[in-house]
Design a protein around this ligand. Structure first.
Ligand code: GLV
Ligand code: MN
Ligand code: MN
Ligand code: MN
Length: 419
């Protein structure tokens, strides 16, 4: 089939979506269930409907847009990603998998019409999914929507998750218009026959190797923990050094320890980051009283990641004890890695050959909704290069040519899986 991706239209839609943001361009910030997120969702639903897709949403706000196939009794093939964006990030993370997924469907619609198919639809339905809150920004859990779809997060626990303002997920999602029991989100086994997600690489390897496409064979295991140190606080002038118990000193030692623990794991595949360090009351003339760290640790090897987590937890307690500041340690999540389905990886590779694009197999170091979709159905991912491997920052960029290539490979892969 001759596939003509309308990359000009898709690029314009990516630009438009980036305007739904709480911070000035080129940075993007779109936090789940804010006014901005809801406006972006309305824009996307309009595009899905314009393409003739049947749109529905579930009770946590995952959006499903279905292109009905000739045999609606067969489990559909699914694609999709997320459109929430972390603070001061860029405009391609996740969005390429949603708007690119839409363009892949539109491209197939045009090609099948042009080729004279009647009806001009595939055998299996193809469903585009926009997952709620792949990013952990608001409720601390990444992949919130796909966790619930996979049954990995109990609905009762999800309902009680709170944001920084103390609002719980259950109230927030209902105020956003997503009502009904959260238990309804979980998918039944066999709901989808396959899931393929298009995403920017978020690393430099494809660009360095001058390759068009990465066929993702595995997704690294993510984990996050929260450590809180508390002290008496006090006046920065009045309290003598000998009399202090400063929780920020324990937190500072712990930040260095996270870095050392990841570097000394024995593998360059281990990474550790302190991405959140909140100091209360945050006044220059006040000794910190309440210090919170959120720590991200990942590895493609689950047990090695867990050994690093153990070291961090043990040191977190030790530093608190040594400084005389009470310590609380809370594991947020520690998820296993995911493996792609060899048949879908093979379909992606065949699509690259058919589209005359170069490719390599690779692992994903970032996590994605595919991590949890792997518990529901066979998955694989299609990576495209991004400039200097940059992501989670405003400079994030993938060229229209790179996105076009990704969409063509996605379209060909979906077609193979759906026929
Ligand atoms: C999510 O975007 C992650 O990989 O951190
Ligand atoms: Mn991200
Ligand atoms: Mn993403
Ligand atoms: Mn991600």
């Amino acid at each position: 089939m001759d596939l003509k991706v309308d990359i000009a239209r898709c690029s314009a839609e990516l630009d438009r979506l980036a305007q739904f943001s709480d911070v000035p361009a080129p940075a993007v910030q779109r936090i789940v269930f804010t006014e901005t997120d809801l406006a972006a969702r309305a824009y996307l639903v309009g595009l899905f409907e314009e393409a003739g897709l049947k749109v529905r949403h579930d009770t946590v706000g995952n959006i499903f847009a279905r292109w009905e196939g000739t045999d609606p009794t067969l489990p559909p093939v699914a694609t999709g990603s997320h459109t929430d964006a972390i603070p001061y990030s860029g405009k391609y993370d996740g969005t390429v998998g949603v708007l690119g997924g839409l363009e892949a469907i539109r491209t197939l619609q045009r090609a099948m019409r042009a080729a004279g198919f009647t009806p001009a639809v595939p055998r299996r339905s193809i469903e585009l999914v926009m997952f709620t809150s792949e990013e952990p920004t608001r409720f601390a859990y990444g992949c919130l929507g796909s966790r619930l779809l996979s049954g990995q997060l109990p609905p009762d626990a999800a309902a009680k998750l709170t944001d920084a303002d103390g609002q719980n997920l259950d109230n927030v999602r209902q105020s956003a218009g997503f009502t009904g029991p959260l238990a309804d989100v979980k998918l039944q086994p066999g709901h989808y026959s396959a899931f393929a997600e298009l995403h920017i690489e978020q690393g430099p390897l494809l660009e360095r190797a001058n390759l068009d496409i990465g066929a993702v064979t595995a997704i690294a295991a993510p984990a996050a923990l929260r450590v809180r140190y508390t002290g008496p606080g006090g006046h920065a002038g009045g309290v003598m050094m000998a009399d202090r118990r400063d929780p920020l000193l324990a937190a500072s030692r712990l930040a260095l320890e996270v870095d050392a623990a990841a570097r000394e794991s024995g593998s360059p595949d281990t990474v550790g980051t302190v991405g959140v360090l909140d100091v209360h009351p945050r006044a220059v003339n006040s000794i910190p009283r309440d210090v919170l760290l959120e720590i991200d640790v990942r590895d493609i090897d689950g047990p090695r990641r867990d050994r690093v987590l153990e070291r961090i937890k043990q040191k977190a307690k030790q530093f608190g004890d040594e400084l005389g500041v009470p310590t609380t340690i809370e594991m947020i999540n520690a998820d296993p890695p995911a493996t792609s389905d060899p048949a879908i990886v093979a379909a992606i590779e065949q699509s690259c050959v058919d589209a005359k694009l170069t490719h390599q197999r690779m692992v994903s170091r970032a996590y994605h909704d595919s991590l949890f979709m792997s518990l529901v159905c066979p998955i694989a991912m299609i990576f495209i290069p991004c400039r200097d491997g940059m992501s989670h920052r405003p400079e994030e960029y993938s060229s229209p040519a790179a996105i076009r290539a990704g969409i063509e490979v996605l379209a060909r892969t979906l077609y193979q899986l759906a026929q």
